[in-house]
Design a protein around this ligand. Structure first.
Ligand SMILES: Nc1ncnc2c1ncn2[C@@H]1O[C@H](COP(=O)(O)OP(=O)(O)OP(=O)(O)O)[C@@H](O)[C@H]1O
Length: 325
């Protein structure tokens, strides 16, 4: 998957929100890439834009391409997109309750996903075979009574169970690429760890590529070798986990890493980042982080920094990056 120069606005009553600005990102086969950034920075919009899931009336793609198997998903037909969704690229959403239809059982959702796969890939399983596959997958996802879960309505399941079913519905089509948007945000930490292990197993077993999206740097660091840091609709830094966590170059990444509490360190050493994300109706003309940046100069306020390679190979969009060598 290769995203290049993706620039996207969303039309609102107040005007056009400039949500994504020049996003470029490559994800290799079997790679797990993490996207991190504080709330409102455009992570979910980016995830939805890949499968063209943003409301049609409001999404304005200004520039860029999303290349998948040599094809630009932004320029392809609706029919092809329907084929791709679920069977080539799957998506695990942030909140299972918005994905599930409360009138249908967990099993119906799984059966529908299998039916879609069979339709696209030309299979012909009987209902009994589909059910057996769904129940087997629920069991492999760690659900101890898969038959009962299969027959349960979403409200009859716990948050962790719903999230497992959601992952099941996303992978039953055997996608080669999975987008997981905050898959563990609503869960307590023990269930969170189980779900993350589950995702790790899927990558190992099936050679799946994953884009994992989270505002939680800890979650991203535990799962991903390569990290992309987003701020206000732009990529501000990207590199390996080691590079970004041990020596962040962009002042925003510096703030983000020092905002994570660590065991054994006094609470007062945890620093936040002052201020908040700018209003994307009228983003700052230069660097979007400049209004909050301790190092900002007039250059930063007037000229947008390009995402450029630093001496160790990582890339940062900053006129004054921290030394990394
Ligand atoms: N349907 C919509 N209409 C108008 N603006 C929207 C819409 N969806 C998102 N936005 C705006 O786009 C920006 C990015 O939102 P997005 O949901 O992608 O952020 P996020 O980084 O995923 O945040 P979170 O971690 O809270 O999910 C925000 O300013 C948000 O208000």
């Amino acid at each position: 998957m290769s995203i290049s120069d993706l620039t996207l606005d969303l039309a609102t009553y107040d005007g056009e929100v400039k949500v994504l600005d020049d996003i470029s990102l490559d994800v290799g086969r079997s790679e797990t890439v993490g996207i991190v950034g504080e709330t409102g920075c455009g992570k979910s919009v980016l995830a939805k834009s890949i499968l063209n899931l943003l409301p049609h009336g409001i999404a304005r793609y200004r520039r860029g391409a999303i290349r998948w198997k040599g094809e630009n998903l932004l320029a392809t037909t609706r029919r092809r997109l329907r084929q791709v969704r679920g069977t080539e690229i799957g998506m695990v959403f942030q909140d299972p309750m918005t994905f599930f239809d409360p009138l249908y059982t967990a099993g119906s959702h799984m059966m529908e996903a299998i039916g879609h796969r069979e339709q696209v890939k030309g299979g012909s399983m009987s209902r009994a075979q589909r059910k057996a596959e769904a129940v087997d997958l629920l069991s492999r996802l760690g659900l101890s009574d898969p038959e009962r879960v299969f027959d349960s309505y979403p409200h009859q399941l716990s948050g962790g169970m719903r999230q497992r079913v959601l992952i099941g519905a996303a992978i039953v089509g055997k996608p080669e690429f999975l987008i997981a948007d905050e898959p563990t945000t609503a869960l307590d930490v023990t269930v969170q760890a189980q779900i993350l292990h589950l995702l790790q197993d899927i990558v190992k077993d099936r050679d799946t590529s994953i884009v994992l999206i989270s505002h939680d740097l800890g979650v991203i660091a535990s799962m991903c070798e390569r990290i992309v840091v987003m701020y206000a609709g732009t990529i501000v830094e990207t590199g390996t986990k080691r590079q970004l966590l041990s020596r962040p170059a962009h002042p925003y990444t510096v703030g983000l890493t020092s905002a994570v509490p660590r065991l054994g360190y006094p609470q007062k050493q945890v620093k936040g980042i002052g201020g908040h994300i700018p209003n994307l109706l009228n983003p700052p003309p230069g660097c979007r982080f400049a209004p909050r940046c301790p190092k900002a100069t007039s250059l930063c306020r007037s000229e947008k920094p390009a995402l450029e390679a630093l001496s160790d190979g990582r890339r940062a969009a900053c006129h004054y990056p921290e030394p990394v060598a």
